[in-house]
Write a protein that binds this ligand. Structure first.
Ligand SMILES: *[C@@H]1O[C@H](CO)[C@@H](O)[C@H](O)[C@H]1NC(C)=O
Ligand SMILES: *[C@@H]1O[C@H](CO)[C@@H](O)[C@H](O)[C@H]1NC(C)=O
Length: 167
């Protein structure tokens, strides 16, 4: 009787532990790699602040990022990247999830804004798309060899019809 009670408690503790790992806090801190080859590191600061680095491929220079996360087990977050290779700004908004296998993943929507010559060209300033990130194996962000940025589905805002450009 005592034995079956004990094994029952052990089974319960194990179940709770498994449930915890599947539904526990998804933390944004660490080194992340996207399916397109982007490497992103995030350090969590006070009051939901985020600082880190962003590298679109192994050959691209490293840029800095700054942002915020919200509270919650699956926190939403947003970061701004000041690209060091070009006078462009990339912003990512996303959420952290824990997959059924226990691995964390980030699902993000990004928008890249590049400067254009004048207001007439404004319609072609922005590109946007989605990216999924997994934890990078090497916490120091050193890639095991080279990697290249894969092709992602990039969207653009449509060119306005002739004579419809607002100033
Ligand atoms: C964090 O937020 C609290 C409440 O808004 C504020 O009082 C505190 O100064 C903040 N801390 C830092 C380091 O910004
Ligand atoms: C805007 O800039 C583009 C590219 O630099 C140029 O071809 C175009 O003539 C400019 N348009 C105006 C109205 O200045």
């Amino acid at each position: 009787m005592a034995l079956s009670c004990l094994s029952g408690i052990i089974a319960l503790v194990l179940l709770v532990a498994i449930a915890d790992s599947a539904h526990g806090l998804c933390s944004l801190g660490g080194s992340w790699r996207s399916e397109h080859g982007t490497l992103m590191t995030m350090r969590l600061g006070v009051n939901g602040t985020i600082t880190g680095t962003y590298q679109s491929s192994s050959k691209a220079p490293t840029s800095v990022l700054i942002g915020y996360q919200q509270q919650g087990d699956n926190p939403t977050f947003g970061v701004t990247v000041k690209n060091s290779a070009a006078p462009t700004i990339t912003m990512l908004a996303g959420q952290c999830y824990t997959k059924p296998d226990g691995e964390p993943t980030l699902r993000t929507t990004w928008i890249l804004r590049e400067p254009v010559g004048n207001l007439t060209e404004d319609w072609k300033s922005s590109r946007f798309g989605t990216a999924s990130f997994s934890m990078n194996d090497n916490v120091n962000g050193e890639a095991a060899g080279q990697w290249t940025g894969g092709q992602s589905q990039i969207h653009r805002t449509p060119k306005p019809a002739e004579g419809k450009v607002r100033s």
